[in-house]
Design a protein around this ligand. Sequence first.
Ligand SMILES: Cc1cc2nc3c(=O)[nH]c(=O)nc-3n(C[C@H](O)[C@H](O)[C@H](O)COP(=O)(O)O)c2cc1C
Length: 410
Amino acid sequence: MIARDKAAAGRQRSRQLNRQDARREQGPLRAMKRVTTIDDLRELHRRNTPRAFFDYVDRGSYAEETLRANRADFEHYKFRQKILVDVDARSTATTILGEPAAAPLILAPVGLTGMQWGDGEIHACRAAQKMGVPFTLSTMSICSLEDVAAHVDKPFWFQLYVMRDRGFVKALIERAIAVKCSALVLTVDLQVIGQRHQDIKNGMTVPPELRLKNLIDIALRPAWIASVMRGKRRTFGNLMGHLKGVDSVKSLSQWTNSQFDPTLSWKDVDWIRSIWPGKLIIKGILEEGDAGMAIKTGADAIVVSNHGGRQLDGAPSAISMLARIAQAVGGDTELMFDSGIRSGQDVMRALALGAKSCMIGRAYIYGLGAAGEAGVAKAIDIISKELLTTMGLCGVNRVSDIGPQVLMDM
Ligand SMILES: Cc1cc2nc3c(=O)[nH]c(=O)nc-3n(C[C@H](O)[C@H](O)[C@H](O)COP(=O)(O)O)c2cc1C
């Protein structure tokens, strides 16, 4: 075949592949029309994604006591219905760390997002920016800081895990500064790793362990395969290529497992404060005393969180700890909340108990796994609209007016 024919055949093949990709994407987008809840997105994500990756998102640590409590405890807080108040002009608009946001929502840092949908971090960040809320990139992301920065218009937040190799940590912070991240989220509740039994049973590794069961399961998800194969990377983008002597997925996974640092202490937080010039958010506070310590380090915000029930099993639900932490903190720092949010009603409860904004983790990952960027936008839209309706039925027009008065006395 002469070169010209070869090129034409290549172009035809690539057009065919684009058409196949488009057809594969039509399926998820068609299914989206009937989506009305985050649970619907979860079901689509479950169907589209190999079991090991879905379970990695969905499940919690050990007996999953805290995972279950995170959801169940929201129902203890009942709304006080208010009628005949003009709520025509109500809005979910607010500010988060002084910046305008369309809703009191932030996409939480989630590791391995790019294995739920190819280039997942870029798609999620784009959806967040279109919907007017901040996106947080995890240290353990698939797309790197630089990948995401090259594909979005506005700054995003970066989440930091402090590794034993402090030189690497410093270099990561410098990279976050170089790509103009607008806030650093320091996660402090993973100095020791809680075990998720299901991940071990599923052989959940990156890339997945090649057991026959996994291969069959993966083969049954053509849309997932197409999307992940189209993605730029399939391993930890912030780490690979940035570590001396680590040049294979196996050596990277060994490095990562040995790097989470049980010596992490408040002194390290002071050190990070001294080298990060921007807004600092401390994530993973579940106790009043720790909230006070975080304020002393000069944190601009703290996140009341139990890591979505993935770390200390047997810890109380995050929502049950929120009011007392809010009381201890007073107005000394901005209070954020996560763990268990699946609806606008949940957000309203968290704001009533003292949070100024909420991070969502699984809720948006279900959207991503269901339909990529459109699915993430749908998750944000569902929660925002539910919040707007709940505000109306409680007689509230502005996010800043949501307080304990919207809840029944306990
Ligand atoms: C699959 C998954 C991966 C996560 N990875 C990270 C991470 O890399 N860094 C981090 O600070 N938190 C991580 N988290 C915790 C989230 O940031 C957030 O605290 C949690 O998802 C909130 O609970 P929710 O999923 O019920 O909304 C992860 C959560 C999930 C579900």
